[in-house]
Design a protein around this ligand. Structure first.
Ligand code: ADP
Ligand code: ADP
Ligand code: MG
Length: 631
């Protein structure tokens, strides 16, 4: 086994790798940027090396800095995690050239799968079914249009160098093709530095099914069954599970065998994922599942596979990289029960999933849950990187058992005060169709606003908050009594059996009436030392105080000041100074954290100040627009 490992990544995946390395007695070396100087992965590693400023392109994406850190610390191997440099064949090669062990596939395998068109051609040659479409060299708009017409609409245009759900356009009719092509090319050029595209038939009732594969340096390749990642928002995974609902044994065998063929075709070593798209209009059928792409790294959602197979995939990675053979043969692998994972993000679903970086004063996740976390209580989610806070994973004997566990975990976990997508995850898991396993990649978009709006605290939530304040008053310590005392101004006896209390949540005032006979509302609650009472319902977290607190989320200050919620680039300005705007109207579009974010008017008014110009870079909290309320 190798003796020391540098982890060229951050966040939860760096922490995940450190955990296994430590169990195997491997010395761990973290790298970090300015923003991460006190991050969890730095605190957990045996050693840490500073590699530069906060933006990833100045630190985590700079191969030379990572190699220098490895040299300086005498690291024997480099693990790239996912994202960043993990699928960069030149980096893998540089690591090997420096005489270090690369915990990943050979650079040539990464290259072979790096571009979607070349990968598909290779798979066709290996006898793996691929999504029908056009992969040609001829990239002229006329030829592409003719090919799209021949495939038949809807058609999906994909950047050959695309990734992370970016660089894709669905086209419904021939007449829309030219515009969609131009816009897809622009995005591909700016995001991936390569504007070539391929065309695919848009699969209706699409399900995303992927197979975990693993190879060693002796030519052995096994699969560890499938995952279903069909619950997506804008082509990005939200909930993942293993195995896939409705997968029969024969179909499973067929697609897992295809995945192994695909991996063998590129002499694959290490952990990899073969992604397939399935037309599930008549259930899962082997002849309607096609190769989409291969991710030549450990996947974000690898824990669900670990849960159902009992395999530690990071351990396998380190063993294979150390030159050992795969610890298990195919016949020794089986599926045990069902696992489900939810990706918890610092983002605000009610505001178009705008990332909401900030302090995590409270992070208390159900102790039974498997938690893969990037932060601990008291940390911050930085605005410089992907705003993932944690992955919460449940395992049960059946799909229903895993699903209800995960629902319970979300509803009994407290994370804040930054906004998270926890209630959105809860609502997704609670959808009847999801419960029945009737999922496809369009389910979230079709369901719409009921998944994303922030519900006002219900009567039950208010009652629960009031009761908890009162209980702590009756039998609490001094610090617990304080907030209730402060709330007494709103407290009066009403007849004999109810008391009333004034509470504040998200800047709004609520009065709550508590029955003094103590019955439990059944909702989870937690009292913070500063006197904030936290209650959850349907996954939403409510923060109650007995005093009015000031301050509101960046970007929508009450006075109509629209601030940049994070550093980024202005891509569009839709208003002019003095213009009249209506509540919800888009004012400015900001590209940050690989996504476009619309900043909208908080109320009807006029544009009193405009400080944004398309194409310019802005730092966090820059005042972009100020709206004055119209009378
Ligand atoms: P998965 O299927 O494992 O979710 P994704 O392709 O969605 O894989 O991305 C995995 C990770 O890599 C995510 O953290 C994502 O933000 C990051 N990522 C994906 N594409 C890119 C890219 N082009 N540049 C940088 N990071 C990326
Ligand atoms: P990325 O590299 O961004 O992960 P993929 O090729 O894996 O790109 O596609 C991402 C998602 O887009 C898939 O999970 C699926 O939801 C959707 N998708 C991709 N290809 C098709 C297709 N041909 N038909 C329907 N949906 C598709
Ligand atoms: Mg993909």
């Amino acid at each position: 086994m190798l003796k020391s490992l540098l982890i060229a990544n951050r966040g939860e995946i760096a922490c995940r790798i450190i955990r296994t390395a430590r169990a195997l007695n491997v010395r761990t070396i973290a790298v970090y940027s300015d923003a991460d100087s006190n991050a969890l992965h730095v605190r957990q590693a045996d050693q840490a090396v500073h590699i530069g400023p906060s933006p990833a392109r100045d630190s985590y994406l700079v191969a030379e800095k990572i190699l220098a850190a490895a040299r300086e610390t005498g690291a024997e191997a480099v693990h790239p995690g996912y994202g960043f440099l993990s699928e960069n064949a030149d980096f893998a090669e540089a690591v090997l050239d420096a005489g270090l062990i690369w915990v990943g596939p050979r650079p040539d395998s990464i290259r072979a799968m790096g571009l979607k068109d070349a990968a598909k051609s290779r798979m066709i040659a290996a006898g793996v079914p691929v999504t029908p479409g056009y992969l040609g060299e001829d990239q002229s708009p006329d030829r592409l249009q003719a090919e799209a017409d021949a495939i038949g609409y809807p058609v999906l245009i994909k950047a050959v160098a695309g990734g992370g759900g970016k660089g894709m356009r669905r086209v419904e009719r021939a007449a829309d093709f030219a515009d969609a092509l131009a816009s897809c090319r622009r995005e591909a050029a700016s995001s991936f530095g390569d504007d070539r595209v391929l065309l695919e038939k848009y699969i209706l009732s699409p399900r995303h099914i992927e197979v975990q594969v693993f190879g060693d340096t002796f030519g052995n390749v096994v699969h560890l069954f499938e995952r279903d990642c069909s619950l997506q928002r804008r082509h990005q995974k939200v909930i993942e599970e293993a195995p896939a609902p409705g997968m029969d044994e024969a179909t499973r065998e067929a697609i897992c065998a295809a995945a192994v063929r695909a991996a063998k075709a590129v002499d694959y070593v290490g952990a990899g994922t073969i992604e397939f798209i399935a037309d599930a209009s008549e259930g899962l059928r082997a002849d309607r599942i096609w190769f989409m792409e291969m991710n030549t790294r450990l996947q974000v959602e690898h824990p669900v596979t670990e849960e159902i197979t009992g395999v530690d995939l990071v351990e396998w990675q380190l063993r294979v990289a150390s030159g050992e053979a795969l610890p298990k043969r195919q016949e020794e692998l089986e599926i045990d029960g069902w696992a489900m994972e939810a990706r918890l993000y610092a983002e605000d679903p009610a505001k178009g999933f705008l990332p909401s970086p900030g302090p995590v004063d409270l992070m208390n996740v159900h102790y039974d849950a498997r938690l893969e976390s990037a932060v601990e209580e008291g940390d911050r989610v930085s605005s410089f990187y992907d705003p993932m806070i944690a992955k919460i994973v449940a395992h049960g004997e059946t799909r229903e058992a895993a699903r209800s566990q995960l629902i319970k975990y979300l509803n009994t976990s407290f994370v804040g005060p930054l906004r998270t997508n926890k209630a959105f995850l809860y609502e997704c898991l609670s959808l009847d169709a999801f419960g029945r396993g009737e999922i496809d990649t369009g389910l979230i978009e079709r369901t719409g606003e009921t998944l994303t709006r922030r519900a006002e605290p219900s009567e039950k939530v208010l009652e629960s908050a009031g009761r908890r304040f009162r209980r702590d008053w009756l039998d609490g310590t001094e610090w617990k009594q304080r907030p209730f005392k402060e709330g007494l101004f709103g407290f009066r006896l009403n007849g004999s059996s109810r008391v009333e209390l004034t509470l504040f949540e998200s800047g709004k005032r609520y009065s709550c009436s508590i029955a003094t006979a103590d019955t439990d509302t059944g909702l989870a609650s937690d009292l913070d030392r500063d006197g904030t009472l936290v209650v959850t319902e349907r996954g939403e977290t409510y923060f109650f105080t007995t005093r009015e607190t000031t301050g509101s989320a960046a970007g929508h200050a009450g006075d109509g000041a629209i601030l940049a919620p994070m550093p980024g680039r202005i891509t569009a300005v839709d208003v002019t100074p003095g213009a009249t705007v209506t509540k919800g109207q888009r004012l400015v579009t900001l590209e940050a954290m690989k996504m476009e974010h619309s900043l909208t008017a908080p109320f009807d008014g006029i544009v009193a100040e405009l400080n944004a110009e398309a194409g310019t870079q802005v730092s966090e909290a820059t005042l972009l627009v100020r709206i004055e309320k119209s009378e």
